[in-house]
Design a protein around this ligand. Structure first.
Ligand code: PLP
Length: 395
């Protein structure tokens, strides 16, 4: 084999989400977009905040184009990193400097860089099921081994006993994603506290650092005032991987950051390793124009009201029809028990009705599907009779 077999495999086989999304596009061309109920992909349906679009326009008019489109420092523009660290300090009472921040092309880059920075060949990285499917790709690319910790099925919080049993002397990192894709669950302060206590115990037992990587692209998408615990406040060896893809509705602009906790003993070296890993992976100098936008709009927020309305409409209707779902506190996904044990088969049946939903087998949980409700409310309303027909077929 003259080329990298692993890369060939990944390139040849799309993720299940992309597969269904591409099918949906084909089907829309055949029967009309309004007849396909595509709930496959997490593409935000709410516009970016006005402050963001307004700032973009002003920047394009007023600034020196060479400054806007030129390279910044590899780790990002100083002023942007300062705006980010100031905002984090103000919101969460921590003590970061611009030299704890590395600007990235979104959460995928933040995770790839962070994992490459802390993992050595053979190190284990624990992920909590259900988990974002790409974690496996990023961890394995960094030379690590994926270890899956199980959820409590009643509420999809973490099964702490199982988590504890999954940590050993080879564990180097743990990824925690809250609000969670695909369950929409926000891990409670109690769960987070216990996870961090276990990690501290294990660090002491094995005499080594175990990094907690907080994957936070949905931090701001929460409903009814639910609070998402900030992991740096619970555990010193925390690295936050943030993205503006969902929280400012900018997924195509590829902008986010890594924040290395200044309270971490070895934070200077970890930050240098982040810079080095960014260099190894070619993730230097995140998009300049959007770094300038973030500098000016660091505290802007999307309107989460439409997502909440969609959640309530879909959750209330599906539970009334008899579906069993976890009520999500955040993100824009509904995690629903499939009506047969094989979620892939169940999704195929839904697909026959042009309802495009995603089986969660690749998210590390069998027998569940994900419905991405970041769509128009009208699409949800028109899809409800299809969901009703689907459950009637199983009765
Ligand atoms: N992590 C999770 C949990 C996600 O759901 C996603 C995207 O859907 C990502 C990371 C990647 O985000 P980004 O588009 O910012 O790279």
């Amino acid at each position: 084999m003259e080329i990298n077999e692993k890369a060939l495999g990944l390139g040849s086989k799309r993720s299940v989400i992309r597969e269904i999304f591409e099918y949906g596009n084909k089907r829309k061309a055949e029967i009309g977009a309004e007849n396909v109920f595509d709930f496959s992909i997490g593409n935000p349906s709410v516009e970016p905040p006005k402050a963001v679009t307004q700032t973009l326009k002003e920047l394009l008019k007023s600034e020196n184009p060479m400054l806007l489109h030129g390279y910044t420092s590899a780790q990002g523009d100083y002023g942007t990193r300062k705006a980010v660290s100031d905002s984090i300090n103000k919101r969460f009472g921590v003590c970061l400097t611009p030299d704890n921040i590395y600007m990235t092309c979104g959460a995928a880059a933040s995770l790839s860089i962070s994992l490459k920075a802390v993992l050595n060949a053979g190190d284990e990285c624990v992920v909590f099921a259900p988990f974002f499917t790409e974690y496996t790709v990023f961890i394995e690319n960094a030379g690590g081994k994926v270890v899956v910790a199980l959820p409590r099925e009643k509420d999809f919080q973490i099964d702490l006993r199982d988590f504890k049993s999954k940590i050993n002397e080879n564990t180097r990192a743990v990824i925690l994603n809250s609000p969670n894709n695909p369950s929409g669950v926000v891990y409670s302060a109690n769960t987070v506290r216990r996870v961090c206590e276990i990690l501290k115990e294990k660090e002491n037992e094995y005499g080594k650092t175990i990094y907690l990587i907080a994957d936070e692209p949905y931090r701001e998408l929460v409903y009814n005032g639910v609070k998402v615990p900030y992991l740096m406040n619970y555990y010193d060896d925390t690295i936050v991987c943030y993205s503006y893809s969902k929280t400012l509705s900018l997924p195509g602009e590829r902008i986010g950051y890594i924040a290395v906790n200044s309270a971490m003993k070895d934070n200077k070296n970890v930050y240098l390793a982040v810079c080095g890993a960014g260099r190894m992976l070619g993730y230097i100098c995140a998009p300049s124009l959007f770094q300038q936008v973030i500098k000016r709009c660091v505290d802007a927020k999307v309107n989460v009201k439409p997502y909440k309305e969609n959640r309530d409409l879909l959750y209330n209707a599906l539970t009334e029809y008899g579906y069993d779902c976890v009520k999500p506190d955040g993100a824009f996904y509904l995690f629903v028990k499939a009506l047969e044990s094989d979620a892939v088969k169940f999704c195929k049946k839904a697909m026959d009705k042009d309802l495009l939903i995603v089986p969660c087998d690749d998210f590390g949980v069998q027998g569940y599907v994900r419905i991405a409700y970041c769509v128009s409310t009208d699409q949800i309303t028109r899809s409800l009779p299809k969901f009703k027909e689907l459950i009637q077929e199983y009765k």
